[in-house]
Each structure stands twice: as C-alpha cells, then as structure tokens.
Design a protein around this ligand. Sequence first.
Ligand code: RNT
Ligand code: ZN
Length: 414
Amino acid sequence: MNAYEIAKEKYREYGIDTEAAIERLSSVPVSIHCWQGDDVSGFDSPASLSGGIQATGNYPGRARTPEELMADMEKVFSLVPGKKKLNIHACYAIFEEGEYANRDELLPKHFSAWVDFAKRHGVGIDFNPTFFSHPMVKDNLTLSSPDEEVRAFWVRHGKACLKIAEYFARETGVECVINFWIPDGYKEIPADRLGPRARFKKSLDEILSTPYDKSLVYVTLESKVFGIGLESYTVGSAEFCLSYSTKAGITPLMDNGHYHPTEVVSDKISSLLLFNEKIALHVTRSVRWDSDHVVILDDETREIAKEIVRNDALDRVFIALDYFDASVNRIAAWTVGARNMQKALLMALLTPSSEFKAYQDKADYTRMLVMSEEMKTMPFGEVWEEYCKREGNPAGREWFDEVLEYEREVLTKR
Ligand code: RNT
Ligand code: ZN
C-alpha cells in the first residue's frame, strides 16, 4: 500500500471518502487576483496606489506590462491545482499603441487580450471596477462625492464595467462576478454621515439601472471597516453594504480583513447563507489591520472553508483571493495563498461534519472537542499530494524549485 492508500484507509475509519473529497474539490473555482503580481499598479494610469490600501516591500520582479503579468499568472496557474478563475480590475485595461480611454469610457475591446488569455487557460473571468488610483478621486471620494461631476464620472465607470463583465461571461461561457468596492471615507470625524451614504446609494441605483444579464453577471458589494488615512468613517460600511445588497437583490461580499480584529468572517457566513442565494468572499490575512498578507493555512482560513463545506454551500459561495505582498517573491506569494485556500477546502471536505453536528445537538461537547482535535493529526498531506498529482500539478516543495528557477530566469532580469 502506498502512502495515499494508507491515508485513505485511515479516513475511511471515520467514514470519510477521500476519493469523493478529491473529486469535489477539483470542481470548486478559486478566483486568482491579478493584482498580487504588480502591487496593484495596473496599466491605465501612472497614478500611484491610493484608496487607503497599500502594498509594502520592494522584492524584485514586479510585473510592469500586460505580457509580464500574464506570464507570471500563467506560472501561478501551472503551480496551483484545481479549478481557477482570473480576477482582474478595470485598471488592467490594455490599450493599443497610441490608444487611451478614461475609466468612464472603457469598452470590452480594452480587455480582449485578457479574454484571449482566459480562453487559453480555460478559465472564467471575474471583474472589479477600479475606484482608486485615479485623478478623478476627489477628496478621497468617488461614488459618494458631493461634486456631481465626480460622482457622475464614477457612475459612468460602474456602468461601463457592467458591460465589460457581461462581455467576459459571454466570451468565456463562465459567469462573471463583478465586485464593487469604493474607498470613500474620512480621516476626520464627519459632520454628516448620512449624506455620503445617501449619495453612494443613489450612485449604485444609477449603475444598476443599466440592463445586464443576471444569469451571466453577479454583482457583489464589498464593505470595509476603515482604510489608511480614512480611519474615522467609511461610506461603504458593513451595515450599508449588507442592507443595500439585500434590498437591490445583489450579492454581499465579505473580505476577512474588513472587520474589527476580534470579528471573524467564519461566523458571518451562516447568517448570510440564510438570507442570500449566493455570497462572495475575499480571502486574505489581516495582521493587526487590513494588511493583506499572503493567505496561510491558519485557523480562520480553515474555519471559513469548514463553514462553506459543512453548510453544503460550495456552489453558493464565490471564493476569491485578495492580498498583495511586495516583500516576498510574488509568484510564491500567489501560489502559497491559492494552494492554502485549496488545502483548507480539502481539509474541510475531509472532516466528518455531520457526525460533529450530531455531537453538538446531543450536547456531547466532550466528544466534539476530542474528535475535532483528533482530525488535526490525520494524514492530510498524503491526500493533498494525491490531489496535486491527479491535477497534474507539483506537490510538496517541487513547485518552489520551479518558482526559484523562474525567479532566476525571468524575474531578476526585469
Ligand atoms: C480593499 C478591498 C478591495 C481591494 C481590491 C484591490 O480594501 O479589499 O477588494 O483589495 O479591489
Ligand atoms: Zn477585498
């Protein structure tokens, strides 16, 4: 018996079918964010990163062009097992020589190279309008700006992006999740909290009045607690975004870096599942604040995965990664985070959840505690390796050798 066969037997003793787990995992898409590759720089504007978010570090090899970013993502795709999606931002528009379109004039054709890329890799595309790093962000405000010209500009941007999202879905044949997140907020305690939120609401209503195919495009709305330099007030707060999503019939998105430090998204998922057909996640690692560190296989990532799996919601939760670390090899950062998300899902699939639920309902908390601790030392690694092997992706540390070679051959030459 090889190591996997032995592991399979061990899991079987707990009533877990490793084959079924592997099979299920391979069909769950994880959306890979292009912005890890270039520190959220984008291609459409020389403006530096703004909006209360920050990528820190200066590890060599940042992607500077569409070609470089696509080559890097291709490498990542080859190192991450399972089903993937490509997640891009509007600021990653690709213009022909001499061509330019402002954010409110973006068209599907400015993203055709991404569609080609996605088709080559057999993946769908998720999208994000970019409400930051742009001269039309006035006083840190976009869709909530009291300046009508500014607000209208960003409404046009949102509408243009909806059309592009629909184009992605049509071209790839895969539904497109388009996520709205605005950085709008105040550093100082505001004199008016209602006004900006009322304007944000009005702007979203205007954007969503654009007809779009709801079977192809899922609009999500991401809340936040605060941004750097915008500590006192965030227009798109949790209450605003949840209420708006419910009212407008769109999908709420939770980023696990966007809550107070002792709040956990794993505890919020069940509530949202009871009131929404679909929900969306930005999986990240926040260290003391919304620092967007690389996702590791920590307790919260595992707990998030457990909530999705044991509530039978793998088809109802859009899982996307959102972090940007410029202090380590970016290809490794991407790969580690994406593999960790998949590992967390596999661990969840290898947990006897219904038994654990039964212990809870019988108030047998002792057994629940003991058994869930026992699961932690099960031979998970063997099942993970088998999964990677079947997916045709490197297991163990082999993938890191490939990253090092890519660093030597490609990244250090940039
Ligand atoms: C910012 C939000 C948002 C961005 C990306 C780049 O705090 O998390 O999702 O990280 O859109
Ligand atoms: Zn996010």
